[in-house]
Every structure is written in C-alpha cells, then in structure tokens.
Design a protein around this ligand. Sequence first.
Ligand code: F6P
Length: 342
Amino acid sequence: MLTGGGDCPGLNAVIRSVARRSFQRGHEVVGVRDGWRGLVEDELEPLGPREISGLLPRGGTILGTTRTNPYKLEGGVERVRETFERAVIDALVAIGGEDTLGVAARLHDEYAFPVVGVPKTIDNDLSGTDYTFGFDTAVFIATEAIDRLHTTAESHNRVMAVEVMGRHTGWIAVMSGIAGGADVILIPEQPISVEEACAELQKRHERGKDFSIVVVSEGYKLTYDSGEQREVTQEAELDQFGHVRLGGVGEQLARGIEERTGFETRVTVLGHVQRGGSPTARDRVLATRYGLKAADLVHEGRFGRMAALHGDAIVDVSLADATTELKTVPPDWYEVARAFFG
Ligand code: F6P
C-alpha cells in the first residue's frame, strides 16, 4: 500500500481496513514509504496487526507521503518495477488523488501493473466517485472556523474573508460556505467579479447587517468587471505534477473589498489546518468501506480499478476514467450557495 500527494484525514483508516481484510485472507501486507518515492527508492516496511492498531482516529498517514512522480525521474518507472519484482509484490493499493492515481492508471495501462486505487483528497475533485474521503473532515473544520468568525465579525462590524483550500475546484468553499451561512462565496468554476461580490456586501449592509462572511477558494482568480483575471500564487515553481503553490488570494480580496466598500475587512487563511487531525465519523466509515473494496479488488485480481462511492453504494470504476478530468462544482451546487448571498 502507498499513500501519495497531500495527506488527509482517513488515510490511516484505509490502511487499517485494507490490511485487516487482507490478513483475514492470509495475505502479507507491506507499506511503501512516502508514496511513489518508496517504490522508486525501494523503501518498504512490513505491516502487521501491531502496526495497524489504533489507526481509526489518527490523522495523517503512518506511511508518509510525497508528491514524487516516477514519470518525472530518470529511470523512475523502471525502478518502481524493479522494487516490485525484488520484493515479490503481487498487488499495489494506491491511496491518492488525481496525481497519485494518474500514475497508477498509467502504469496499469502501459505495463499491466497490478494496481487498484482508493480516492483520497480534501478537495473532492476526483471524477468517478461522488465523494473522496477527507473532504467531509475539511468541510467540518472550515465550517467550524466560519462559525467562530461569525461571532467576532458581528462584534466588530467587520467583513471576514476566509480563504479555504481546494486548488482548481471550489468544493470546500461551497459546502462550508453553505453550512456556515457565507454571504458571498468565490470559487474558480464560477468566477463572479470582485465588484459583484462588493455589491452583494453593500446590499446586505443596506438591509441593516453590519458584518459579513466571505469565503474564497484559494484557486479563485481575482476577476474584475474589466475582464482582467489574476491567479494568486505563493511561488512560481511547479511541483512534479505541474502544480503551483496557491495561497494569498484572501488577502488581496480583502484589500479590494475594503477599498471599494469602506467596510473594515480582515482575512483568515485556514491552510493546512483543514488537512490535519482526526477524521470525522463519516470519513472514517467511508475510508473503511473503500479499504474493504480495495482489498476485494486485489483478491479478485481486478486491477486498474478504483473503489468509488455512487449514491450510498461502494462500487468500482476504471482508474483511467477517474483520472482523465477533474470533477468541478456544477452550476446547480453554486446556485444553492448563491441563494443566500447578500
Ligand atoms: O490537494 C490537497 C491540497 O491541500 C490542496 O487543496 C492545496 O492546494 C494543496 O494540497 C497544498 O499542497 P501542499 O501541502 O504541498 O502545500
């Protein structure tokens, strides 16, 4: 088993679940250190009942994680295959998001690599499944933060801008914004302009409300009525999967709101708090169900598949289909949020 990409609550619950079912079937289970890096550099560790005990409430991943992409390293893929042969591994369970599972899909396609996937990410942007595990916890944390910001916003008659994660999609922003009663939500998929956002806040103040909550997704491009759009990043360097490090849009938005409306505005960047700590009960259950499904897929030799949630049922889908394009927030979800703007 390996865990790759950004960590999220519930990874350890998947590890426990895959291992428990596999032990019952007499399989040996081995953990790979730090995502694909462990297969490139041959760093494996046995996982027995003792290693997987007490994992359900534990955040992070006991296996470690990196954003290593074997396809971007000289001889990386060959080394992954060599490690597999040397250690006589029969199957890999890759627990990750679009990047980690994208590598898994490619390895399966090109080398019939015996891999199954489990969909992880707080961003909830993976196709082929209704929900990834980790998302519920992130939304819970963001909602709690919004609730807390409400009381201080109200006391000081301020606008509070909250920047949440989500990279290219606004799932965390929309769900936590709906749950927390945000007055404006800005996401990459439906880029309303800064001027429109200000108009909503002004409307609200005209109705007699002296404070407001604005939720902005880190991937929202600052958009102006002039048509100008600007992504806010922390550094220009790309990671091995071609991603820039986002962050800082909340601060710039807050300044824009203050200048245009005159309302005192503060910003809170939730950052990695959204990824840390114990998973919610819902994420523990989802992670557990995904883990059992992944172990079953391995046992049945059904490689190139990913455990997925459709409605309330755990099913399996093709890894290739799940990683071809991102699952973005559809307009009807944004409409639910928008009904409460202003
Ligand atoms: O994909 C999960 C995620 O938390 C994104 O929401 C965010 O943009 C990114 O990872 C942050 O990555 P890092 O932990 O490398 O700063």
